[in-house]
Design a protein around this ligand. Sequence first.
Ligand code: TNX
Length: 684
Amino acid sequence: MTDPLASLLVPLPASAETVVGDGPVDLGHGVHVRWVDERCAGVGTHLQADLDRVLGPPDDERAVPLALSLHDLGPDRSPEGYRLHVGDGVSLLAAATEAGLARGAATYRQLVDRPTRTAVPMVIDDAPRFAWRGLLVDCVRHFMPLDALRRTVDAMALAKLNVLHLHLTDDQAWRVASRAHPQLTERASPGGHYELDDLAALVAHAADRGVRVVPELDVPGHTSALLVAFPELALGAPPASVPTSYVVPGVSVDPSSEAVFEVLDTIVGEWAEVFPDECFHIGGDEVPVLGEERQAAFTARMVAIVRGHGRTPIVWDEALHPGLDRDVIVQAWRSPALLHEAVRAGHRAILSSGWYLDLGVPLRHLHAVDPLDPPERLQASVLAPWRDADLAGVVGPMAAATVEQAGSLDGASPLTAEERSRVLGGEAAMWCERVTPALLDTYLWPLAAAVADRLWSPAGSLAALDHGLVENRFDLLPAFGVWTDVDPKRGPRVILGALADLAGDHGLDPRRAEVALAALADWCEPVRWYARAVVGWPDANGRSDDAPPPGTGQPLDRFVDALGPEADGPRAWRRRTARPAPGDAYALVAAWRAPAAVLGPLSDGPSILAEPARLADRLAAAADVLAALLDAAAGGSTSAGVPAAEAEAEAEAVAALGPLRAPIGEATIAVTSVFRALGAQGRA
Ligand code: TNX
């Protein structure tokens, strides 16, 4: 039997690795992490504490030693490269920097198998492909408490992501206290804010795990909260109050006002004291009210301010302009074409287009995006989810068109070696309009680990993976559960539990209701793209009448909120169909019928209960379609090829599924890939 850890991968240390020794290393007496160089203490102390928790405290006599050391590993090595030797005697971890030690420590954790208290013996020489492997967390649309950010950092380190980009200001709130301007958080931080000291502590926590923290102060647009605290700084009429809606309000600070730059300079200075990172993000997205030239002039002033505090500015791609200083880093979010535009213009750049975790992009599609792919291939992989009829539903073509409008790579020539060297890497973006702290883990993991793998692993090893393999590699969520407090199922459990209790008030047995809701959730997904993330599903057929419009006051407690971006059922099914058992498909028919049998009576209840009840009916209807298809296949299986009756049944099945996939309460049933898989098998 293969050890599941051998395929664990988040990301797989792949540059060069060899399994050594005769068998697993016994860690039954614990591990003693040792170092001489005090610079190893941050990583070492944290690793020791984790190992003590997972394996038990080391037995002084018999614990296995793991020695950490800092060494120059040779010229042309990434500062994050490391060498790790896990063996029967002393295990060794060497790196040139503390960040490199943190990467090696992450790999060491992956090699530990908690149930058997052993480690896979290995010699690994590893280094990242990209220097910038980021994760943006929007702390504005929902305030993210420090513990949520700390466990996110822990999981980032395990996945070898190395930059936490904190989006700290926006229309809906200003999240950082200011010594000079207390009115910012007194007047404009509904839901909570961070003290500067809190952020300093988070930065220290991250540093011990080799994770940089880059703050974003988003100007000149997305500034309603700032302008509520400082109405005199607005271009035109200031907003009367902090908006709750997620629709971009189109406000801006007044770029002709010196007072604007005085206030911003003071704030950048305060932030620079707690964020030591060399980079500082100044936003710049979605400000059409300013026009290109005025935005460019504003950006130049902000760039000078950030430089004055010794930092390198980063901007969103709207701030790209011929006059933009070449040293400014550009983050491409609207289209991958803007990544190319930026590096051709001499900027260093980061890719986020294709990696929006709020839009319901399935893992296999996130994993396929590669910043250094040839132009047309890069564009195709970013657009793939929106061109895939199974996934995109109504918003598919619209999503693809929006990306292409912002810039197309059709017919673009490949980047030169020099231009490629300016692609720093990429960033998964976790915008949190619909993501509460309780749901953060659900949206982040394992999806962000797929992006991490793309940005870390050698291009050659990635090219060898097909979709199925990619999905299997990331089914190993338990690794996060072992080493961090991350629990992607926590939020969904709470929501479904509350719905089950409510079902109890409507005459159902709450326990049975909870099981039925969980089974249903395995086969349902939220609608994708901005339909879910920001705007709300416009279809009268889909939205409940009493659902409030998307905004900060919205309680995220409906069935759809308990769904992660990607359903578990189809993924598990695809894994099984690699070796299908004859009864599998009929078992699925029964599984799809079960939730409706329990939840049916709720169809006439309040919409919060009627939504899952109606989805359960849909799933049961899909079960009937599946049963008919299976019966037809069984009837025709004696003749060679695809019998006419079977082909007809398949066509009927596909036609019948269309209407069943119309959204209810912003969710749809996720069954299509099963029919696809069965069809493909039948034809094979
Ligand atoms: C666009 S990405 C935004 C954010 C939203 C996000 C939702 C960017 C620079 N601006 O304000 O939260 O879309 O996907």
